[in-house]
Design a protein around this ligand. Sequence first.
Ligand code: PLP
Length: 361
Amino acid sequence: MKKIVKKRLMKIQPYQPGKPIDEVKRELGLKQVVKLASNETPYGPSPKVVKAMAQAAREVNRYPDGGCFYLRKELARRLKVYENQLVFGNGSDEIIVMAIRAFAGEGDEVVVAKPSFLIYDIASRVNGATVKSVPLKDFRYDLDGMKKAVTKKTKIIFIGNPDNPAGTYVTAGQLKKFLKSVRSDILVFLDEAYFEYVNDKDYPDAIKLLKAHKNLIVARTFSKMYGLAGLRVGYGIAHAEVVDILNRVREPFNINSIAQAAALAALKDQSYYRRVAIEIEQQRQWLYQQFEKMDVDFKKTVTNFILIDVKKDSRMATQALMKKGVIVRDMSFWGLNTYIRVSIGTEVENKKFIKAFKQLV
Ligand SMILES: Cc1ncc(COP(=O)(O)O)c(C=O)c1O
């Protein structure tokens, strides 16, 4: 089969998911393992969401609603956008993939930051586009550098805001200036997967910017704050013309019916998620204090994950923590050979992590 596969695919390293918790327990003979590797929320979905899922489960003999009718209505009302400005994806990953499929193929270029969320790069190369990576400056976006990387062939610029793994964001002022300076025939993809965690005043209100910038798409997800990563629901908010284009490359039933019911129930249960946000914020502060006490080099974040320079081989560090029952993300795949990324867990999980981490440093 290698003879007939598209040549470029064999040069792509598949995305490496972490090992399941049970497998790590079995392999290492551990009773308790905590997973702080994929930026999930440690709190399950709200009880109301679980109830909505159970109800929806009774009707899985039917195909899901391909238009996400109720979820679309509720989300449009909350975001104050038209229903035809929303496109749903199997996770926001799929919104990224759809945008690339629609706009960037062979002979085209895509501009990304480095290090950044890996799917921008992988999906672009799968589709035959050339990726131009612009290094972060002090773990922040170098928007001037990204502008300089734009050529006649550029079709999409990806901005993770806040981005993974850095955990930093582009401010409202910086984004406005950047959007004004970018050609209107380039899609600016603003990935706001961690939007719900950000409280900072100068964080952009991206939806307001859609009116003036028809080449902007904002992607969000139910995977992070809403705790539905396993169900895969994300969405894009854009001008109706962009949404229409993305719908042409979308699989017809890409959001399953249990996921639609869960996402709708989650939207209606904001008080639960506000409590989750407060918990995460408290735990973030607690972790900062621990790192400061240990004199550890870490990056302040507006998200639910923290990047840490362990000043030693990150693969070894990750293995050592795993042996103590804590799974974190080794950042060497991103070219950060002495860094690990830890997702903020519950109080108990974070204490277990800090105990193991102390032994490491
Ligand atoms: C920056 C960023 N964007 C998008 C995603 C994709 O999330 P999902 O496909 O679960 O919505 C992630 C997940 O880790 C992420 O870190």
